[in-house]
Design a protein around this ligand. Structure first.
Ligand code: CA
Length: 232
C-alpha cells in the first residue's frame, strides 16, 4: 500500500532554477520533502546519495540529458519518474515512456496538475517503494531508522545507520571507501576514508554473529565493501 505520501521524498531535476524553486516550494507545501538537481550529472549523484521516492525529470538538461538520466537510473531502480518537457508531440512522449518513465507532463503545466500526477504515480507504484529491508536475520526499517538482528534491536550511530542502509539497498554491489563516504555525507563530519573502516568494524560487532567471518557486510579486498546479495 502507498503510505508514504506525507513524507515521500522527491528529486526535482530542472535546469531553470526559478522553475525548480517554484516546484520545490509548491511540493514542500504539499508535504513532500524535496531536493533539487540543476543538471543531469547532479541528478545522478543526488539519486545515488538519497534514493528519492520519486523523480520529476526535465528532458532538456545540461551535461547529461533527461533521456540519458532516465536510462541510467532505470538500469538499477524502479523509482517512479515523471518526465517534464517543452517538446510537444507523440515521438518524444513515446520515447520517454519507452525509457521507463511512469508519466509525462508537457510544459507549461500547472503545479496543481504536477502534484496530482505525483500522487497518482506514487499510489500506482507504491508497492515498489522499499521501506523495510530483510536479509537473513537482519531487519532494517529505513523510515524508523531501526535495525534488528536476530530479533534484538541494535542501536547504531547516525553514520553507522546511513552506511548500513546505503549498502543494504544495493545488495551485491561493491563500493569503494570513497563512494561510501560520499554516500553517507551529510550524516557524518568525518572525512577520512579510514573512518569507513572503523564504522564497518563497529557495525559488524553489532550485527554479525562472528565479526571476523561476516555474514552480511563482506570485504572486497583492494576495493571496499559490499552487503551480501541474498539472491546469490
Ligand atoms: Ca530544461
Amino acid at each position: 500500500m502507498y503510505n508514504r505520501s506525507v513524507h515521500a521524498s522527491i528529486l526535482i531535476v530542472e535546469d531553470e532554477e526559478k522553475l525548480a524553486q517554484a516546484i520545490a516550494l509548491y511540493l514542500r507545501n504539499a508535504g513532500f520533502s524535496v531536493e533539487i538537481a540543476l543538471d543531469g550529472q547532479a541528478a545522478l549523484e543526488a539519486f545515488e546519495r538519497h534514493r528519492p521516492d520519486l523523480i520529476v525529470l526535465d528532458l532538456m538538461l545540461p551535461k547529461v540529458d533527461g533521456w540519458e538520466v532516465c536510462h541510467r537510473i532505470r538500469r538499477e531502480s524502479d523509482v517512479p519518474i515523471i518526465m517534464l518537457t517543452a517538446r510537444v508531440g507523440e515521438p518524444a512522449r513515446v520515447h520517454g515512456l519507452e525509457l521507463g518513465a511512469d508519466d509525462y507532463l508537457e510544459k507549461p503545466f500547472s503545479l496543481r496538475e504536477l502534484v496530482a500526477r505525483i500522487h497518482a504515480v506514487l499510489r500506482r507504484t507504491g508497492k515498489k517503494s522499499q521501506t523495510v529491508i530483510r536479509a537473513g536475520d537482519l531487519y532494517i526499517d529505513l523510515e524508523k531508522h531501526e535495525v534488528w538482528v536476530r530479533k534484538k534491536r541494535v542501536e547504531l550511530t547516525a553514520s553507522e545507520f546511513a552506511l548500513l542502509a546505503f549498502m543494504a539497498q544495493h545488495p551485491g554491489r561493491v563500493f569503494t571507501r570513497l563512494q561510501l563516504l560520499e554516500a553517507i555525507r551529510g550524516s557524518t563530519t568525518e572525512t577520512l576514508e579510514r573512518a569507513i573502516d572503523s564504522h564497518i568494524k563497529n557495525l559488524r560487532k553489532k550485527i554479525e554473529r562472528t565479526p571476523q567471518d561476516p555474514e552480511y557486510i563482506q570485504t572486497v579486498y583492494g576495493i571496499g565493501y559490499r552487503f551480501r546479495d541474498t539472491k546469490l
